[in-house]
Design a protein around this ligand. Structure first.
Ligand SMILES: CC(C)(COP(=O)(O)OP(=O)(O)OC[C@H]1O[C@@H](n2cnc3c(N)ncnc32)[C@H](O)[C@@H]1OP(=O)(O)O)[C@@H](O)C(=O)NCCC(=O)NCCS
Length: 194
């Protein structure tokens, strides 16, 4: 059945380009994940704050490698873009920023992130979110990017506000996590002028 609406982003157009590396100021980079990042991902998940916000544990470097392989496969499939946030020069892992669940027809996607404890509180996550948002909206024509956090995750709410993701409401009891159900606070950024 023919569609009445042309896709916001032509199917397959992202995957035929290489996964980009994006500078985040002078001190950090967003680069594609490498399997050799697995030990650093496993280490990041030893942080109780990161673990608290995720439903899966990384019990071994091999499991973390499996996640990274899945993130890489999403780019190849045109389904998402997952970046390692690393220190410029040393390449030390500082965090993760991801665009998930690409809907190329509607031009929508969902943002997710974490930073390692030593990198927090200096605006790094917010800067990285702004860079990825510009790449997706100005570079590719994504129209709407959603971001959700548990209502008690005030640092994440602050990142969303600072990066221009307006609060849109609360999805009650939306997430089942290890410590029970959580309300999810929905933020979104819509491409200006469209
Ligand atoms: C949320 C997270 C990614 C923020 O990373 P970050 O690099 O510290 O972010 P930024 O420095 O850009 O901004 C953090 C903001 O939150 C504020 N903040 C930190 N802890 C806070 C708290 N407990 N209550 C209120 N605000 C808090 C900081 O003061 C800062 O705001 P400011 O610039 O107005 O001072 C990081 O804390 C993290 O990885 N947490 C664990 C995993 C997680 O929650 N991921 C998000 C899931 S939705």
């Amino acid at each position: 059945m023919p569609s009445l609406v042309a896709p916001a982003i032509p199917a397959g157009s992202l995957a035929v380009t290489g996964h980009p590396t994006l500078p985040v100021g002078d001190d950090a980079l967003l680069r594609p994940w490498l399997l050799t990042d697995a030990a650093a991902v496993r280490e990041a998940f030893r942080d109780p704050e990161i673990q608290r916000r995720h439903v899966r544990r990384a019990d071994s470097v091999a499991e973390a490698e499996g996640w990274i392989a899945a993130w890489q496969a999403e780019w190849e499939a045109g389904a998402g873009a997952h970046w390692a946030l690393v220190e410029a020069g040393s390449d030390a892992l500082l965090g993760r920023v991801s665009l998930k669940s690409f809907d190329l027809q509607d031009g929508t996607t969902e943002l997710a992130y974490w930073t390692v404890p030593a990198a927090r509180g200096r605006g790094l996550c917010t800067r990285a979110v702004r860079v990825v948002t510009r790449w997706a909206m100005d570079g590719w024509g994504f129209h709407r990017i959603e971001l959700e956090h548990a209502t008690d995750n005030h640092a994440s709410c602050r990142v969303a506000d600072k990066a221009g993701f307006e609060a849109e409401g609360i999805r009650r009891s939306a997430w089942l996590e290890a410590d029970g159900r959580h309300d999810a606070h929905l933020h979104a950024r819509v491409r200006p002028g469209t």
